[in-house]
Design a protein around this ligand. Structure first.
Ligand code: ASP
Ligand code: MG
Length: 406
């Protein structure tokens, strides 16, 4: 088999950890597999570099940021290759450029366009373990270094797995896999053996931060089987893969929460065509990602209230913009609320089972939790609630859907 093994920041945090990674990699190779390793920078390193730049400038140029940020992963990939050689196995380190990872030229959040990888393939065929610097690529013309956005080495690993036609992409981190919910809130949370790409996407974008969202989208598109597991033990991990019949029998797979949302309400806008279009075009043009949207028309049918949520990091920007648009639209006013949380239950089994939403609402009601907004998709029901009830809601929903039992 050809196996890609990606090691995150905590797995390569220091020399001891890097040596442990080298041992695991060599062990896998000795089992008869070809191994391509992808590494992150040492834990905290990328933050440290960003911080340095901000001490020099309040708006550092992104081209230079990328050049600097790519250095963290260059250090760990070279060190890991050296550690593998030290154990007596042939190893070769590759930067993004050497790996032939071609991206667009959107610095600090570049998209991978293709991976040439000829030299890496040859090295694998010649019996080398290759170690690739994650998170980075190079523009088509080859003249600039790019990075793929925070957490981007997950994406590097999945894209390399797809380009090299690997049999498996293992993502090594500091947790045992994907859980039914955050074990810090619910100690009985259970590790899932298997989860579908779609569910993983919902859980990842909902704040269960084991895998970078874009890497899951990529894995789903190219059907790369991904295993999330710990580099600190030999536990089995969670397989992220295509939906199957077995998964569909499980109605709810997980409960996620997101405390990084803010709710904005535009009150008393005229009830006529084009209002929502104007509001949300303005917000989208500013690059702000809107999540839940609810509109209600007043009983006299003349005016509407529109509420929506955005990431809390974008609150100020959104509020300013919304106030301006609201004035243009002749709205009565704009209101904002930050002390909210989004709680979601996720599961592919919802497609064929009814009653999940009502069970969720009943459970919240029973515990006196008021629902502020509701949104549903085929495999998810989300409620916006008062932030102070977030942990309680996660606990009671986890219990109500029987997630602790396997
Ligand atoms: N080092 C980068 C970051 O901290 C990429 C990664 O770790 O995946 O965001
Ligand atoms: Mg990560």
């Amino acid at each position: 088999m050809l196996i890609i093994q990606k090691y995150g920041g905590t797995s390569v945090a220091n020399v001891e950890r890097i040596k442990a990674v080298a041992e695991r990699v060599v062990k896998t190779a000795k089992e008869g597999h070809k191994v391509a390793v992808v590494v992150s920078a040492m834990a905290g390193e990328t933050d440290k570099l960003i911080n340095l730049a901000h001490q020099v400038s309040s708006a550092p140029r992104e081209r230079e940021m990328d050049l600097m940020l790519s250095s963290g992963e260059r250090v760990t990939c070279a060190l890991t290759a050296i550690a593998i050689e030290e154990l007596g196995h042939k190893a070769m380190a590759f930067t993004g450029r050497q790996m032939g990872i071609i991206t667009d030229d959107v610095h600090t959040k570049a998209k991978i366009e293709k991976i040439a990888g000829e030299r890496a393939k040859k090295a694998l065929d010649d019996g080398y373990i290759i170690v690739v610097a994650g998170f980075q690529g190079i523009t088509e013309s080859g003249s600039d270094v790019t990075t793929l956005g925070r957490g981007g080495s997950d994406l590097s690993a999945v894209a390399i797995a797809s380009a090299l036609n690997a049999d498996l992409c293992e993502i090594y981190t500091d947790v045992d896999g994907v859980y039914t919910t955050d074990p810090n809130i619910v100690p009985e949370a259970r590790k899932l053996d298997k989860i579908s790409y779609e569910e993983m996407l919902e859980l990842a974008s909902l704040g269960a931060k084991v895998l970078q969202t874009r890497s899951v989208e990529f894995a789903m598109k190219y059907e790369v089987p991904v295993v999330v597991r710990s580099s600190f033990n030999d536990n089995q991990g969670t397989l992220v893969t295509k939906e199957d019949e077995e998964m569909e029998k499980v109605v709810v797979s997980g409960v996620a929460y997101d405390k990084n949302q803010a709710k904005i309400t535009v009150m008393g806008v005229p009830d006529k065509p084009g209002i929502a279009a104007k509001l949300f075009k303005g917000i989208a043009d500013a690059g702000i990602v809107v999540d839940i949207i609810v509109q209600n028309v007043s009983s006299d049918g003349k005016a509407a209230d529109i509420s929506f949520t955005v990431p809390r990091t974008d609150t100020k920007k959104t509020l300013k913009l919304t106030e301006r648009i609201a004035t243009e639209l002749g709205a009565k006013g704009v209101d904002i609320r930050e002390d909210i949380a989004k709680i979601s239950v996720v599961g592919v089994g919802m497609r064929t089972h009814s009653g999940v939403a009502s069970q969720m609402f009943e459970t919240l009601a029973k515990h006196g939790v008021n629902i502020i907004m509701i949104s549903t998709s085929e495999i998810k029901v989300s409620c916006i609630i008062d932030a102070k009830y977030a942990e309680l809601a996660v606990r009671v929903l986890h219990e109500a859907f029987g997630l602790a039992e396997s």
